[in-house]
Design a protein around this ligand. Structure first.
Ligand SMILES: C[S@@+](CC[C@H](N)C(=O)[O-])C[C@H]1O[C@@H](n2cnc3c(N)ncnc32)[C@H](O)[C@@H]1O
Length: 595
């Protein structure tokens, strides 16, 4: 941009936006936004280009949607990077939300002068002057009053194209440093790639952007965007193909050790401020994935032809010779002994002829970059249909599992198991609930005063949840539901993903299967119960406490979704009565089937 002068392109964008229809919100002052934009447009030169109008209309709609979604999820801070003359802070001003507009002082000064002259209040906006080419963006934002413990949404619209790639990378990293759990970043890039026709169209368009007065400094290949985001600490969220093609991206914080806190870190960010963030890092981070093939080759002599990620840390390993394997790389926080325990359980299940995945090697556990690795045989099959037949089979298998009598003294089999892996790397339902209670406690400070009653409803529900720990124990799997079953051509199924299995209350494990069955209809509940009771007779105390066991995992999941910023508190709290009623109806039906 032209040093010392307000951004001409920002002025043009404001003029274009005047003609777009915008989504309405139950708060804010759209009229103030329009007054500002009209003031800017009156002095902005240039003719209107239809292609540009179409692009800017789509881009504006995209950023409006991301912003309104975030405001709905109760974020309390909006950061606008290269805010220009964007008037969203006026149009969508929401009580309790603070805006941080970060821009080059020349543009920002001009905008503030206009706001003052037009008598438009900007009390909800903190203006932060910065040149993105200089380091220190994170400090400047925090210096402007930004709270690094409160969730935010960051908008970076129409800015990246004017910055060189190294500057974009540094801006993205600094934004990650101030982003917290529940945060989102929306950014638009100028992208290349795609078919020759699309590529030519893009080039014509980029020439049009240059004609707005400022040179294009970066164009990113469409396919490289996720890598660019990941390398700067962000994880791209799935959005429509159309948006991706246009270079519009939504990301959430990725969970790697913070810069400056690990070996070789060069940043200035503090260590994780919250338990929730620590947990996200513990559960989600895997190191050294690029060298995993070499590790597998060196450890198992298995030539790797291809590695494909099936789930977080779970890889299908197509070998140069022989059938495919699965390599599970566990978080470093999960002790290697836990992976040894998984192997012990899988050995025992093979001995009992139980249809679980089988170990791929006599010595199936290794350590890669401090993380336990377990190799099993890849189970070729399909996802089960998920109807009555599937649930009867799963009920039958779960009953068989719970009827096994593991030998006393087998440490892997006796370890506490059955806790949900998103909150406990290895543990039982007691620990699962304790972590959920602690996350919810920490989230309290993010709850706006207007929602405190909802928060208390959720906290009470969690406090009275039944972990079933005093009920009969068995060998349990934490997720005995269709996504962890693979259907074989002969009609059988194999249960996979035994990490987190161990000794736990059988009712909690059965409860989650019944909950999943109930989501498909009461007929599936009958089927699951019919299969299960072939092997296990539940005690009266278990039958009485079935409601709580059916509702337990769903409650923890909902609570977690709120705590990590994926769901609104109001949506979770409002859904509790229906969830309770659903669990009650499923439990009543299952009780009948067990009688
Ligand atoms: C095309 S405008 C977009 C404005 C706004 N986001 C919108 O969509 O209406 C680009 C903005 O980036 C800012 N900008 C460009 N290069 C910058 C730099 N090196 N440092 C700070 N701001 C910069 C300009 O001041 C301008 O406000």
């Amino acid at each position: 941009m032209d040093e010392g002068r307000p951004s001409a392109s920002a002025q043009r964008v404001a003029a274009y936006r005047l003609t777009f229809e915008r989504p309405e919100a139950p708060f804010g002052d759209p009229e103030a936004d329009e007054r500002l934009a009209r003031d800017v447009a009156a002095q902005s030169a240039g003719t209107r280009d239809d292609r540009m109008a179409k692009y800017l209309k789509a881009r504006t709609a995209f950023f409006d949607r991301v912003l309104l979604n975030a405001l709905e999820r109760d974020v309390s801070q909006v950061v606008s990077i290269g805010a220009g003359y964007d008037g969203r802070a006026l149009r969508y001003a929401k009580p309790g939300v603070t805006w941080f507009e970060v821009d080059h002082p020349a543009t920002q000064g001009d905008k503030r002068e206009r706001l003052g002259r037009l008598g438009i209040s900007s009390d909800n906006i903190r203006f932060v002057g910065a040149d993105f080419r200089d380091p220190g963006l994170a400090h400047a934002i925090v210096g402007g009053g930004y709270n690094t413990n409160a969730p935010s949404v960051v908008l970076c619209e129409g800015v990246a194209v004017y910055l060189g790639l190294p500057v974009i990378e540094s801006v993205l990293r600094e934004l990650r440093d101030v982003s917290t759990v529940g945060g989102r970043l929306a950014v638009s890039f100028s992208v290349s790639g795609g078919s020759p026709e699309l590529s030519a169209r893009r080039q014509r368009f980029q020439a049009g952007v240059e004609a707005l007065g400022e040179p294009v400094r970066s164009v990113v290949d469409e396919d490289e965007v996720p890598t660019l985001m990941a390398s700067t600490g962000w994880s791209v969220r799935e959005i429509s193909k159309k948006a991706r093609r246009a270079g519009f991206v939504v990301a959430e914080p990725g969970w790697a050790p913070r810069r400056g806190t690990g070996a070789g870190g060069g940043g200035h960010a503090p260590a994780r401020a919250s338990r929730t963030e620590e947990l996200m890092e513990r559960v989600h981070h895997r190191a050294g994935m690029e060298s995993l093939p070499a590790h597998l080759e060196a450890t198992y002599g298995a030539g790797v032809a291809r590695l494909s990620e099936l789930d977080l840390g779970v890889f299908r390993v197509d070998r140069l010779e022989g059938p495919s394997w699965v390599a599970r790389v566990f978080p470093a926080a999960r002790p290697v002994q836990a992976a040894e325990g998984d192997a012990e359980i899988l050995r025992y299940l093979a001995q009992e002829d139980f249809p679980a995945e089988r170990l791929a090697h006599p010595d199936p556990v290794s350590v890669h970059e401090g993380q336990g690795v377990l190799v099993t045989e890849y189970v070729a099959g399909t996802a089960p249909a998920g109807g009555r037949q599937t649930f009867e089979l799963l009920g039958d298998l779960l009953g068989r599992l719970h009827a096994l009598a593991p030998p006393a003294g087998a440490t892997g089999l006796a370890r506490p198991g059955g806790g949900w892996h998103h909150v406990v790397p290895q543990g039982d339902t007691r620990e699962e609930l304790a972590v959920a209670v602690s996350l919810l406690g920490e989230a309290e400070e993010r709850v706006p005063a207007s929602c405190s009653a909802l928060y208390e409803v959720l906290r009470d529900e969690l406090a009275s949840a039944d972990d079933c720990q005093d009920l009969p124990h068995a060998l349990v799997h934490p997720d005995f539901v269709p996504p962890n079953a693979v259907s074989l051509p002969d009609g059988g199924v194999v249960i996979v993903d035994w990490a987190g299995s161990g000794s736990g209350p059988r009712l909690a494990c059965l409860g989650f299967l019944l909950w999943a069955a109930g989501a498909r209809g009461q007929g599936c509940v009958d089927a699951a119960a019919a299969g299960y009771r072939r092997h296990v007779r539940l005690g009266n105390d278990e039958l009485e406490r079935l409601d709580g066991a059916v509702g337990l995992r769903g409650l923890v999941m909902q609570c977690w979704e709120f705590c990590v910023g994926r769901r609104r508190l109001a949506a979770v709290a409002d859904g509790l009565p229906a969830a309770r009623a659903h669990a009650g109806a499923v439990a009543a039906r299952a009780r009948e089937a067990f009688a």
